[in-house]
Ligand binder design. Structure first.
Ligand code: NDP
Length: 297
């Protein structure tokens, strides 16, 4: 990192906790690689202090911020304007301070789509589609999305915009139904359905081309991705796990062993960071530098 001076532009990370975050190493490596006089600083902010912290971005002349757990929803109500994606999701992960105006974005949607694009070419991309019919012609691509929390909402929007028909499976079925209603209200042509966790079985899993874990299952201290999903992955499917840590999660390792293509949570983290970097700086993100930095834990 170059020397911080009076002209250095400052980006904050507003969250609680923030000490574990890989975003400072990702962004500071990217600023250095592009020769930009920027610095990225984790700022632990308690929920009660969030309004003061957001107003303080303007008062202190910061260029912007990332927003992470647990503030993404609350931050959306504190800004001067939201882009279409942030407004639709009611959640912000990136703030840009533009001539005193606080502008909110949600780059998780683009982050997911760009990470997926590294592996996913749709069911016609030379893979053996598990949903191909007897003549071998593939049906419209279908995604099974496990989870209906904040991350799942961003994924569901990205999938709708990519034209995939999506089944949202969640422990709390009402939350899955609400997610489906929200996306369909904004994207009337989107094809989404909700299903309870108990509906997960080999037939349901096998009827989809893309399988996404957007729950916290797989994080240390939480449960495992249900066996009804992990044990029924088919060769030729693409599996995405938003959870990331050291190396592949158990779910991704099992999916790989079963012959699926895989996308890890670190890829989504890097691509959402790349989109935020571009909003703050107007400069193309050095994605490989960011990936290398993220992997240096
Ligand atoms: P939320 O708290 O908003 O949602 C949690 C989800 O996990 C809900 O669907 C919840 O189901 C489900 N869940 C939790 N515990 C269980 C359980 N024991 N059994 C079944 N389902 C369970 O969290 P987020 O959506 O913000 O984050 C989810 C994950 O995604 C986290 O691991 C987070 O780190 C990761 N993430 C990764 C990103 C990346 O860039 N790679 C970006 C954002 C998030 P229910 O509704 O029934 O409670």
């Amino acid at each position: 990192m170059s020397m911080v001076s009076g002209s250095t532009r400052v980006i904050g990370l507003l969250g609680d906790p923030v000490a574990h975050s890989r975003s400072p190493q990702i962004h500071n490596a990217a600023f250095a690689a592009r020769g930009l006089d920027y610095v990225y600083v984790p700022l632990r902010v308690a929920a009660a202090a969030l309004p003061a912290a957001v107003t303080g971005l303007r008062a202190l002349g910061l260029r912007g911020a990332n927003v992470t757990v647990p503030h993404k929803v609350a931050a959306a109500g504190l800004l001067d304007e939201l882009d279409e994606t942030a407004a639709l999701l009611g959640a912000v992960n990136t703030i840009v301070v533009d001539q005193g105006r606080l502008r909110g974005f949600n780059t998780d949607v683009a982050g997911f789509a760009r990470a997926l694009a590294e592996v996913w070419g749709g069911p016609h991309a030379g893979r053996e589609s598990p949903t191909a019919d007897a003549e071998g012609s593939a049906a419209a691509p279908r995604a099974l999305l496990l989870g209906a929390g904040g991350a799942a909402r961003a994924v569901a929007l990205a999938l709708a915009d990519l034209g995939l028909a999506t089944t949202v499976v969640n422990r709390d079925l009402a939350k899955a139904e609400h997610l489906v209603e929200t996306i369909v209200a904004a994207r009337p042509r989107a094809r989404l359905a909700a299903a309870p966790l108990i509906a997960l079985d080999a037939a349901l899993v096998g009827a989809h081309d893309l399988l996404v874990n957007a729950t916290s299952l797989g994080l240390p201290g939480t449960g495992k991705v249900p066996a009804a999903l992990a044990d029924n992955v088919l060769r030729g499917q693409v599996v995405v796990d938003l959870v990331y840590g050291e190396g592949p999660t158990d779910f991704l390792a099992a999916a790989r062993a079963r012959g699926a293509g895989t996308v890890d949570g670190l890829s989504m983290l890097i691509w959402q960071a790349a989109a935020a970097f571009e909003l703050w700086t107007g400069v193309p993100a050095p994605v490989q530098v960011m990936r290398d930095a993220a992997e240096r834990t």
